[in-house]
Design a protein around this ligand. Structure first.
Ligand SMILES: Cc1cc2nc3c(=O)[nH]c(=O)nc-3n(C[C@H](O)[C@H](O)[C@H](O)COP(=O)(O)OP(=O)(O)OC[C@H]3O[C@@H](n4cnc5c(N)ncnc54)[C@H](O)[C@@H]3O)c2cc1C
Length: 402
């Protein structure tokens, strides 16, 4: 079967790989000049095998009045009279009760586990340089109340087989000595030694190169897909904005947040809303952490990626394609510099980046045949965890098509 994969971010490249490996003829398409230029470009790099927590939660609901009153700098919500946004918001709220949250979270954890297994198989087969490292991760809790609120979830995850350890500040400092200089409050930490990290954009480039050589995957960059052609009630070709259609037997839409540009053909796209996030990358310097950190109070993630050090965070729920807000970089820099002043203060260079997390109300991705066109499949809506979930989602999709 000839399959077009539309979008070469982590989800698309992973899908192209596993479809090609299963024996399909694959053409990987992206509007950008190379893979990994979308929201996979400079994310927090975390392969959070044990942190699949859905965004809609009882804690989020409790915090919502403070967010709407602009009292939490990590979040910014712009309410708007768009039916898709309002429906998404209602469905998001319906996912906040504790039972729904845990159902969504445990589904995400299962998919993350499938990803971890696929990554192990891939790394045994291909030599990919993307600064992959089992760095371990420390979630830092600012006070006793927030730490004890986290303990039941740690217990549940342990029962699922995850290695998570509750540490005092001094024990956390033994795991990551750079925490001695950390200026934020730390009442305790949850340590996950098996969590890993890697540069998602480098992964996209390297894996695209590898599958072109090994499985003869064709690539088509710099071409925007504008829609689909149908014959006798099923997909016959992928239509471009500026060149002839490509005849295919099936198409997989892995367009990340930009899937909304194909919403006229794909109703599933309306259930995905953008949540804008930001990152700053500087050179790693002596004394900066090597273990990944999440500051739970400030909602910041820190990662040492090869010779670079990155902070990522913030969540702006706003109109798709409305771009980033320049003042948010200053918020990120100030918050990150307040806790790790030695890292972000006087860097020789700094790379700013922002991207739209493609969020569903449940935080679970959509991996399914399109309701609208036979032969079109959707693999999108991975939200805050697309890098973690990419290979598992690609495996499920490949199984669906085989
Ligand atoms: C600040 C921030 C931090 C994050 N940190 C993490 C983290 O630590 N761990 C984690 O697991 N996840 C993280 N994420 C989420 C993760 O980055 C995303 O979920 C993931 O990158 C989504 O990948 P994707 O392949 O679906 O989308 P993308 O990477 O955006 O890929 C989609 C591609 O489709 C192309 N495209 C779109 N429309 C068309 C079209 N019509 N024709 C042709 N091409 C098209 C685009 O050009 C793009 O290259 C973070 C996100 C943000 C914003």
């Amino acid at each position: 079967m000839h399959i077009a994969v539309i979008g070469a971010g982590v989800v698309g490249v992973s899908s192209a790989y596993l479809l090609a490996r299963t024996g399909h003829r694959v053409t990987l398409i992206d509007a950008e000049a190379e893979p990994g230029r979308g929201v996979s470009a400079a994310n927090a790099a975390q392969l959070s095998w044990a942190y699949g927590d859905a965004m809609a939660s009882p804690a989020f609901l409790k915090h919502l009045p403070a967010i709407l009153a602009h009292r939490d700098p990590a979040f910014r919500v712009r309410l708007r009279l768009d039916p898709d946004f309002l429906l998404w918001g209602l469905r998001f709220l319906a996912n906040t009760p504790s039972r729904r949250w845990w159902k969504n979270t445990s589904e995400i954890l299962r998919l993350a586990d499938e990803s971890r297994r696929e990554l192990a198989l891939l790394l045994a087969e291909a030599d990919l340089a993307f600064d992959y490292r089992v760095a371990g991760k420390l979630h830092l809790y600012p006070d006793a109340a927030s730490l004890s609120a986290a303990l039941p979830v740690v217990e549940r995850k342990r029962r699922l087989g995850f290695d998570q350890r509750v540490l005092s500040r001094s024990e956390a400092e033994e795991v990551e000595p750079a925490l001695k200089a950390y200026q934020g409050e730390i009442a305790g930490a949850v340590y996950t030694p098996d969590d890993a990290l890697g540069d998602a954009a480098a992964f996209c480039r390297q894996l695209t190169h590898a599958i072109a050589l090994r499985y003869a995957v064709s690539t088509c960059f710099g071409r925007r897909v504008a829609g689909f052609e149908q014959h006798a009630g099923r997909l016959s070709a992928v239509r471009f904005s500026d060149c002839d259609p490509l005849p295919v037997d099936a198409a997989v839409v892995t367009a990340g947040p930009l899937i909304r540009t194909l919403a006229a053909a794909l109703p599933e796209a309306r259930g995905i809303q953008p949540v804008v996030g930001y990152s700053l990358t500087v050179p790693w310097r002596e004394g900066a952490p090597r273990v990944s950190l999440t500051d739970v109070k400030r909602k910041l993630a820190f990662a040492a990626i090869g010779e670079r050090f990155r902070v990522a965070g913030l969540a702006d729920i706003k109109t798709s394609g409305s771009g980033f807000a320049p003042d948010r970089f200053a918020v990120l820099r100030e918050t990150a510099s307040a806790v790790l002043p030695g890292c972000f203060g006087q860097a020789e260079w700094e790379r700013h980046w922002s991207g739209e997390r493609p969020m569903t109300p449940s935080s679970q991705p959509i991996i399914a045949p399109s309701r609208n066109i036979r032969g079109v499949y959707v693999n999108a809506g991975h939200g805050m965890l697309g890098w973690t979930l990419a290979l598992g989602s690609a495996r499920r999709l490949a199984n669906m098509l085989t």
